[in-house]
Design a binder for this molecule. Structure first.
Ligand code: SAH
Ligand code: SF4
Ligand code: F3S
Length: 442
């Protein structure tokens, strides 16, 4: 038998990449490859990359630079790049990074074992970034490292072409996986001990549009929620324009569907939203928020926001702050607009200066901090069911887990309650986390 090889895999970007990395580990695991966190002892070094913003893309090149010496001293090491930068750049990457062996696209993860064998055999550059019409055939992902939560891809790609966004170019057209395949995967994950399933897609609301059997996302949610052992169900991401009344109604129907929705708004100005080609207005968005809160009064809402989009004036930015005040998000990810090659917005004049972008981002993040403090403060005194993920990373003996609203709770716990759902009374809060006391059940 071949000797065991070591894989160093670093993942950047969103949950799609996290899910693909689980798949990669699973695929290579069956080739007698095990993981290591030390690139110096690895035989295979892979970066699963993100190109959503300029910074993310450039991080990849500086990471790759670090591996040049490894390749010099241990030439048998295979260095590969996958994910969205690989998809965007293709063969060009070999010119920029000569010590690179392998480039695989976002549709080519299943081909990785073959590609690695080819590099071993022929010691040549190997590149595959071709898109396929259908999602890749099923590969059962190993559960996330913590063993109790797992992502399940339901739809690949995106057809929305928001003017700032590179995703449709690097993930291809929308393609849904058949429901039976998804259900089969969920059943296997539950058997492996997974308690929380997150259904994934750039816009899950489009699920089923390309299938002929009449299935749509609300129907899929009901089916997955009905699989025995799915204690918690989440999904991400939902485009506001496609958040239907029926999907909102599902929050009233399914008790195991968690009380959290990530609903990226991007801007509160109708003018900017139309420049972004988002296809909703601030009012339309707020109406949906109101309906959601009627359906699930405790629903936590999180969002993504971009500041400094071309044409965003002070007045537009103020409208974003107004919308934030209206909604009071539990948490928000906010970014300075970053020009992406090939997108429609790349042709617009980047009219907001770096200084203004910085200033707006700071104002927005300060406001979000206030809202985070208010929202989390409202949890104090309540008892929440918490899925215990394990010891907190700080190493202070505290444990951490998440509420149904996806809020992190730190509390004194013990190893026996790991991966259980236990009641925790919230006694304190900050803008980003809750602190609680585990309520012993007698
Ligand atoms: N599919 C999801 C989001 C995918 S990208 C959705 O439609 O909401 C995650 C977030 O990155 C986006 O919501 C947006 O806020 C941000 N983003 C995308 N492209 C960007 C760019 N060019 N500059 C800055 N932020 C960007
Ligand atoms: Fe990008 Fe828009 Fe698609 Fe989201 S919906 S991935 S922001 S193009
Ligand atoms: Fe990044 Fe690709 Fe996700 S660009 S955000 S890793 S889909």
């Amino acid at each position: 038998m071949e000797r065991e090889k070591k894989l160093y895999l670093k993942t950047f970007g969103c949950q799609m990449n996290d899910a693909d990395s689980s798949k990669i580990k699973n695929l290579l695991g069956s080739m007698n490859v095990s993981s290591t966190s030390n690139p110096k002892e690895a035989d295979i070094i892979l970066l699963n990359t993100c190109s959503i913003r300029w910074k993310a893309e450039h991080k990849v090149y500086s990471e790759l630079g670090r591996f040049k010496n490894i390749k010099k001293t241990r030439p048998h090491v295979i260095i590969g790049v996958g994910g969205c930068v690989a998809q965007q750049e293709g063969e060009e990457m070999f010119k920029k990074v000569p010590h690179l062996d392998l480039v695989f696209g976002t549709s080519n993860v299943n081909r990785l074992p073959e590609m690695i064998k080819k590099v071993e055999r022929e010691r040549c550059h190997v590149e595959e970034t071709e898109f396929f019409d259908r999602p890749e055939p099923l590969v059962y992902p190993a559960p996330e490292e913590d063993g109790m939560r797992a992502y399940v891809n339901v739809i690949r790609g995106c057809d929305n072409f928001c003017t700032y966004c590179i995703v449709p170019y690097v993930r291809g057209r929308e393609a849904s996986r058949p429901a039976e395949e998804i259900i089969e995967e969920v059943k296997i994950l539950v058997e492996q001990g997974v308690k929380e399933i997150t259904l994934l897609g750039q816009n899950v609301n489009s699920y089923g549009r390309d299938l002929s059997d009449g299935i749509d996302f609300p129907k899929l949610l009901r089916q997955v929620a009905g699989v025995g052992g799915v204690v918690r169900l989440r999904f991400t991401t939902s485009h506001p324009k496609d958040l239907s009344d029926e999907l909102i109604a599902v929050f009233g129907e399914l008790p195991n569907l968690c009380s959290h929705l990530h609903l990226p708004v991007q801007s509160g100005s109708d003018k900017v939203l139309s420049f972004m080609r988002r296809d909703y207005t601030a009012k339309g968005y707020l109406d949906k928020v109101e309906k959601l809160r009627k359906m699930r009064s405790d629903i936590a809402l999180t969002t993504d926001l971009i500041v400094g989009f071309p044409g965003e004036e002070d007045d537009d930015f103020k409208k974003t702050l107004e919308l934030m005040n209206e909604v009071q998000y539990d948490a928000a990810f906010s970014f300075k607009y970053s020009v992406r090659p090939g997108t429609a917005a790349a042709k617009m004049k980047d009219s907001v200066t770096e200084e203004e972008k910085k200033e707006r981002l700071k104002i927005l993040q300060d406001l979000q901090m206030e809202h985070g403090n208010i929202k989390n403060g409202q949890e104090v005194g309540k008892v929440h069911p918490v899925l215990v993920e394990g010891e907190s990373k700080k190493g202070d003996g505290m444990f951490m887990g998440r509420t149904s609203g996806n809020k992190v709770v730190n509390f004194k716990g013990s190893e026996e309650i790991k991966s259980m759902i236990v009641p925790v009374k919230i006694i304190n809060s900050s803008a980003n986390a809750l602190f609680g006391e585990y309520q012993l059940i007698h």
